[in-house]
Design a protein. Structure first.
Length: 148
């Protein structure tokens, strides 16, 4: 009986000690489609322009710094694409808010920055989705453009 109890305690300790590995699916999704999501026009008011990857903006007058927007959203019961698009919009709103605070009229050189790994694209963003959470991290430079 003592051996059975020892084995049971050992199994319990191993089960508790093992890390839980949840799903973390990497997606590359189209920026254009994410920007067409229902609430985008209300949340991104047009006061700040966005340039992704190697897109060339008009003349930059002033560079006001850079920052990272790391946003997560509830993915439970949603498709990965829907949750990722929502997290992307949330990250974009955060970049817009920070640009407005700094007096910038554009965010340039926007790259995906999930787990501090750069993925640069003018057409796609990176999202990681699990069973419960989806996340998008974007990094960009806040600037004042000549035509803004």
């Amino acid at each position: 009986m003592r051996n059975v109890m020892s084995v049971a305690v050992l199994i319990l300790c191993l089960a508790i000690g093992l890390p839980a590995h949840g799903r973390d699916t990497r997606h590359l999704l189209p920026i254009a489609i994410a920007l067409e999501v229902k609430d985008t026009q209300e949340k991104l008011d047009g006061s700040v322009k966005f340039y992704f990857g190697d897109q060339l903006p008009p003349q930059v007058l002033t560079n006001l710094g850079s920052d990272v927007s790391n946003r997560k959203t509830n993915a439970f019961g949603k498709s990965d694409e829907k949750a990722c698009n929502w997290a992307f919009l949330s990250a974009m709103v955060a970049l817009q808010t920070r640009a407005q605070q700094l007096g910038a009229n554009a965010v340039v050189n926007i790259v995906s920055y999930y787990n501090k790994k750069v993925m640069s694209s003018a057409t796609e963003f990176e999202c990681h989705a699990g069973a419960i959470i989806a996340g998008v991290a974007l990094k960009g430079d806040f600037v004042k453009l000549a035509d803004g």
